[in-house]
Design a binder for this molecule. Structure first.
Ligand code: CO8
Length: 271
């Protein structure tokens, strides 16, 4: 459901096909409590279910951000973790890992708009999104070793994939925080914008640009990249060929190629 009333730690705002999902626990710098994790699961499942032609593709892109002005997400909830045993900790890690997989499988693009702290689980949530835009106030880091912990929401997998092994190891072993300019240099962030307003506007503009394309094709492109990531070349190519085949089953593929040949603008229907 996109009904904002059914969430206590998230704000959902659907505006012209772009859903802004704000993690909103400013009193704990938006830390990912178990309640936040279960609400993220619920919200991303609702988005997933709506991404069909029959449902009319009401959501064509998602912006994930943090409320309160100080943080994107300052990590897993340290207060909750402090009293967990190993088994409940593993369950907690797996439930949030499940959310990150859901985001990766979503057939619409998801941009993390990072303003303020994206630490630990917050950095990992941003990494599960398709790409990251940052404000100049953004700070990234994987500070788990400061707490006697290790990354648990996918950081050991996705940070090396994004920035390469050397920089990822250095960030994780030192727990160092980096600013937006360094994140841009490392390829962790795609863009840096001067203010929060410009950050959200830039993310929206990019998602609107993508919303002008054939939605199933964008979804298949995303699926194809996810299917190739971390796999041997031959398996990645197989995932790509499968997505390519699937594109040829859509009306939008017929429309897109016909429109090109007839020198007119394509009218995509999402079918
Ligand atoms: N969890 C719970 N509460 C938090 C968290 C958090 N991650 N971060 C901040 N808060 C709370 C503070 O306790 C404080 O609460 P109160 O006002 O009640 O004391 C409030 O938010 C404001 O924080 P600060 O007063 O500390 O604000 P500062 O501006 O002084 O500092 C920092 C901001 C630097 C971001 C600081 O809050 C900080 O270091 N936070 C923790 C960052 C961190 O270490 N994150 C990583 C957590 S570990 C993790 O994410 C592992 C993921 C994998 C887990 C796998 C499953 C087990």
């Amino acid at each position: 459901t996109f009904d904002p009333g059914s969430y206590s730690t998230l704000k959902l705002d659907l505006d012209e096909g772009i859903l802004t999902l704000t993690v909103d626990r400013p009193e704990a710098l938006n830390a990912l409590s178990q309640q936040v994790v279960s609400e993220l699961w619920k919200a991303f499942t609702a988005i997933q279910d709506s991404c069909t032609h029959d449902a009319g593709w009401p959501v064509r892109g998602v912006i994930v951000t943090g409320g309160g002005g100080k943080a994107f997400v300052a990590g897993a909830d340290i207060r909750e973790m402090a009293s967990m045993g190993p088994d409940s900790a593993a369950e907690y890690a797996r439930s949030m890992q499940g959310v990150t997989l859901l985001i990766e499988k979503l057939p619409v693009p998801v941009i993390a708009a990072v303003d303020g702290f994206a630490l630990g689980g917050g950095c990992e949530l941003a990494l599960a999104c398709d790409f990251i835009y940052a404000s100049e106030a953004a700070q990234f880091g994987q500070p788990e070793v400061n707490l006697g912990l290790v990354p648990g929401f996918g950081g050991s997998v996705r940070l090396p994939q994004r920035v390469g092994l050397g920089p990822a190891r250095e960030l994780i072993y030192t727990a160092r925080r980096i600013d937006a300019a360094e994140a841009l240099r490392l390829g962790l962030a795609n863009r840096v914008l001067p203010s929060r307003d410009e950050l959200l506007a830039a993310a929206r503009e990019t998602l609107q640009e993508i919303a002008g394309k054939a939605p199933a094709a964008v979804g298949l492109a995303k699926q194809s990249i996810a299917g190739a990531t971390g796999r041997p070349t031959n398996q990645g190519l197989e995932a790509e060929a499968e997505a390519f085949r699937e594109a040829f089953t859509t009306d939008d593929m017929r429309e897109g190629t016909a429109a090109f040949l007839e020198k007119r603008k394509a009218a995509f229907t999402g079918k």
